[in-house]
Structure formats: C-alpha cells, structure tokens
Design a protein around this ligand. Structure first.
Ligand code: ZN
Length: 185
C-alpha cells in the first residue's frame, strides 16, 4: 500500500545523520493521512519539528507537534479546528549483536524502540500518526457549542421546517416534538 516515496517523506535516512544534533521538519496534512486506510480524524495541518540526537548506541528523538486537527462536534457535526501543541520523546536504541532485547520498552517514561544497525531508513509514519491520535479529545465539542449547538438552536428559532424527515437521529426527533408541542399551545 505504501509507496517507497511516501515512506521516505516521513523517514530519516540514518547514514546521513551526523553525531550530535540533527533537525528535521515534517508536515502532517491530507497527504499524510492518505497513507492510512481508515484514519481516525481529518487532519488540519500539523507541523512536526524533530530533533534527533545521535549517540553511539542510540538516537534520542524529540518531537514537537504544533498545529490543529479538523474535528467535528459530537452533537451537531459542525467542523472546527482543534489546536494541538505537544512534545514527545522516543529513544531508538541499536540492538546489540546477539542480544534479545524486547522490541519496545519504556525507560523512565520514555518510549524505547530497538532498531537494527543495518537499518537505512527510520520510518516515523506510524509513530507520528499515533501521537496525533493521542491528541483527539474524548469529548469533541467546540467552544461555540458548549451550552447549545448554535446550529440546532438557529434551526429551532427560525422555525425551520426543512428538517429532513428521513433523518432518524433521536436528537432531531426531540426537536420536532418540541416544535409541535409549542404550536399546539
Ligand atoms: Zn455542536
């Protein structure tokens, strides 16, 4: 599914790393989401600054995510931008010769992923995606919708009669009932 070109866009070429600090920038947008069959969200635009510190036996990588996700209100479906600004750190440790370390572990709260010294490309696609998914809030309601979703309220106030009759969403049903109760009084 992934073409080599796509993988390369979110990868680091290990032989090109100099010891010490290296910096990379990645942009997560629609193109990035296309790499996933069923993405969990619409991505707005998220810039990732990665600082890769190359040591003898491991790479210490700090990611800084800044941008926004394009989410939909749980109640009325209106789209809104949800800002994210978060940092993460992963240590990519070189597997020792003949050792049997776990593929992934955690050291003092920092994720450690073991990689082979023969690895040419360090593909970050999955890690970047997972970190963005972690930012999706459980309750997706924008500030404008906090008390009442304006979209519903305005439909109600205007006495809009064009509510789709085939819409069986119980929330629409409740609105319709309220409207007919009012007109009977
Ligand atoms: Zn809403």
């Amino acid at each position: 599914m992934l073409r080599p070109k796509d993988i390369k866009a979110y990868s680091i070429e290990l032989p090109k790393l100099k010891s010490g600090k290296n910096e990379f920038d990645f942009l997560l947008d629609e193109r990035f989401l296309k790499l996933f069959e069923k993405p969990l969200m619409k991505i707005g635009k998220v810039a990732v600054a990665a600082e890769v510190f190359k040591n003898l036996n491991h790479l210490d990588v700090k990611f800084k995510f800044e941008g926004f996700l394009q989410l939909e209100c749980d109640r009325c479906g209106v789209e809104y931008e949800y800002p994210i600004n978060v940092e993460h750190r992963i240590i990519y440790a070189y597997r020792g010769v003949g050792t049997t370390e776990e593929e992934e572990t955690e050291v003092e709260g920092t994720e450690v992923i073991y990689i082979s010294r023969d690895e040419h490309l360090l593909d970050l696609t999955q890690e970047l995606y997972d970190y963005v998914c972690l930012e999706i809030p459980i309750r997706k309601v924008p500030e404008d919708c906090n008390d009442n979703c304006p979209r519903y309220v305005s439909l109600f106030k205007e006495g809009n009669t064009s509510l789709n009759e085939s819409d069986t969403d119980p929330r629409w049903e409740a609105l319709r009932r309220m409207k007919s109760d009012n007109s009977e009084n």
